[in-house]
Design a protein around this ligand. Structure first.
Ligand SMILES: Nc1nc2c(ncn2[C@@H]2O[C@H](COP(=O)(O)OP(=O)(O)OP(=O)(O)O)[C@@H](O)[C@H]2O)c(=O)[nH]1
Ligand SMILES: [Mg+2]
Length: 313
């Protein structure tokens, strides 16, 4: 079983300068909130794993101090092979942008990384903290990062902060989407579920709270569902940090939550099939939706489970 898992393991790289926030981001993904603020600088390249839909993903956290950076470039065949996805971190509050860009350019030149499709390279403009991101100097630095890094390759940017939980899972889910197949089955499933429950938009998440798929009648309704989900998640993260940081966030999350919106209601529901746990957010203007979701969920659980069995083939 272990051998099979290893074959399926997908490799994701976290690269960037020292102190750009890579290891902290990883701890948030792994829900290790207890050790969030006392991480030491990473020595060399460290392997971590994350289970997603029952499959093991490897996340390589490449310590960013100069001695290590030089080593990865020099011995790229040893350090940089087999990565499927690259997350490159730029600290919007502290990094020397020119130096970071130079490192990024060097990385993109080595053959092991050059061969990776641009759709699999993500730049995280990190430490865009909610209380700082509107400041003119931060905005200006974010713009500078986009101009510099965007000039080299047609990469995707995300603005992230550990103080905005949504920004972490959203950016990571986008990357994941690049290495997963059978997307269409989830799409179809959600479309049917939306029809059956009169939902205007739906977001499906797996047990790490990573987004599997979204469905919506239009962009505006999707935005409403997303901002409701963002509210749910951010409040739970706050609670779980305050409360007892050793507790898994998925245990802190209520089984069923809803919020009244100006026009309609948003629901958040945890559901399971066998040992697998999933979450769903629905936004609807129809009062029947609440009852219909509860009625239809067992079947949805079964079908999501069924799809995930062949998910990473
Ligand atoms: N304000 C703010 N600080 C952050 C954020 N993410 C990480 N940090 C802080 O940035 C510092 C460095 O974080 P690390 O995660 O250790 O950085 P790193 O990129 O792993 O560093 P190396 O291992 O040396 O490459 C720590 O003090 C973190 O608390 C963020 O989103 N906002
Ligand atoms: Mg580190």
């Amino acid at each position: 079983m272990e051998e099979l898992d290893d074959k399926l393991a997908k490799r994701i790289a976290f690269l960037g300068m020292e102190e750009s926030g890579k290891s902290t981001f990883l701890s948030v993904l792994q829900k290790k909130f207890g050790s969030l603020y006392n991480l030491k600088p990473t020595t060399g390249a460290q392997r971590n794993s994350l289970n997603i839909l029952g499959y093991k993903f490897q996340i390589w956290d490449y310590g960013g101090q100069k001695i290590y950076r030089d080593e990865y470039i020099k011995k790229s065949h040893k350090f940089l092979t087999d990565n499927d996805i690259i997350y490159y971190f730029v600290d919007v509050q502290g990094d020397n942008i020119d130096e970071s860009f130079e490192y990024f350019q060097q990385l993109m030149k080595v053959s092991e990384i050059k061969s990776i499709d641009t759709s699999r390279v993500f730049i995280l403009i990190h430490k865009m903290d909610p209380d700082k991101r509107e400041l003119p100097e931060i905005q200006q630095r974010a713009e500078e990062i986009k101009n510099k890094f965007g000039s080299l390759k047609n990469v995707t940017f995300f603005e992230t902060s550990i103080y905005d939980y949504w920004s972490i899972i959203n950016s990571f889910s986008q990357g994941l989407k690049q290495i997963t197949v059978i997307k269409d089955l989830f799409k179809k499933l959600l479309k049917e579920f939306a029809r059956a429950t009169f939902s205007s938009s739906i977001i499906l998440l797996e047990e790490n709270l990573l987004i599997l798929e979204k469905h919506s009648s239009n962009e505006e309704n999707l935005q409403i569902a997303q901002s409701a989900l963002k509210q749910f998640l951010n409040s739970w993260v706050e609670d779980s940090i305050k409360d007892d940081s050793s507790k898994r966030i998925t245990d802190v999350i209520d089984f069923w939550t809803d919020i009244e919106l100006e026009n309609g209601k948003a629901y958040f529901q945890k559901f399971s099939f066998k040992d697998d746990t999933y979450f769903i957010t629905c936004y609807s203007k129809n009062p029947k939706t609440e009852m219909l979701i509860l009625k239809k969920l067992p079947e949805l659980g079964y079908r999501v489970f069924e799809i995930t069995k062949g998910y990473f083939s």
